[in-house]
Design a binder for this molecule. Structure first.
Ligand SMILES: C[S@@+](CC[C@H](N)C(=O)[O-])C[C@H]1O[C@@H](n2cnc3c(N)ncnc32)[C@H](O)[C@@H]1O
Length: 220
């Protein structure tokens, strides 16, 4: 019997829902539409859109670090702990790394972290280490096919074909939305798996203010 197109097991919540989730984002946020178009439409990402998004995040970069809170960090930490990520030490590609608030946590698990961001200003406000910081568009990752043992997206746009290309055959894709369904760049776990080429399985959970899932390919 063929495995289902996607199979996601929901784990129990161990990081309790934190009070006072910031009331930003939500379904009407302009980035929500962009997120869905990039994930599901072949022409969802154009050079004009890339330039606008880079400009938007360049402008937010100086203040971006102030958003980092324990509650936001806890979501990725729960994913790394319970999402089967420690088995995949090797090369981790962090997509949309911003000012680097997740890179320390990733460097504790993976041997090498390549932190990509489209915005030059975000990279300029990030610490130089750990991780190799690279200005690149995640629609065209400057790495060979299958180079990443893990691809981690914390509130970052999903480029399904490119993530599929760069992720190793047995690699793991880690998806984190630190503010759950209020995150401007949000997709539910099932949509992440559905957007990716092929068939995927994994685990998902809520944690604090957020949600996460880790996905791997089914092999026939
Ligand atoms: C919402 S921020 C998240 C930053 C960081 N991961 C965090 O959670 O604090 C999204 C980041 O993705 C970057 N970004 C947007 N489009 C991108 C693309 N096509 N390739 C690489 N980075 C991109 C932005 O510049 C920004 O730094």
């Amino acid at each position: 019997m063929n495995p289902p197109a996607l199979e996601i097991r929901t784990l129990e919540t161990i990081v309790p829902p934190a009070p006072d989730r910031p009331e930003i984002g939500g379904p009407d946020h302009p980035m929500r539409k962009v997120t869905r178009q990039v994930a599901f439409e072949p022409d969802g990402w154009t050079p004009e859109r890339a330039a606008k998004v880079a400009q938007l995040f360049d402008a937010m970069a100086p203040e971006w670090g102030a958003r980092t809170t324990q509650e936001r960090q806890d979501v990725l930490r729960d994913a790394l702990l319970r999402g089967g990520c420690g088995d995949d030490a090797g090369v981790c590609v962090e997509v949309g790394s911003g000012t680097g608030s997740s890179t320390d946590d990733l460097a504790r698990v993976y041997d090498r972290v390549v932190a990509l961001d489209l915005s030059r200003e975000m990279l300029r406000h990030a610490p130089p280490a750990p991780g190799l910081r690279v200005q690149a568009d995640a629609a065209h990752i400057p790495l060979r096919t299958g180079a990443a043992d893990a691809i981690v997206l914390v509130n970052a746009l999903l480029f399904p074909r490119e993530m599929d290309r760069v992720l190793a055959r047995d690699g793991v894709l880690v998806w984190v939305n630190s503010l759950g369904d209020r995150t401007p760049i949000h997709l539910p776990a099932a949509d992440v798996a559905a957007a990716l080429p092929g068939r995927w399985h994994g685990v998902a959970a809520e944690a604090g203010w957020g949600i996460w899932c880790t996905l791997r390919r089914f092999h026939d």
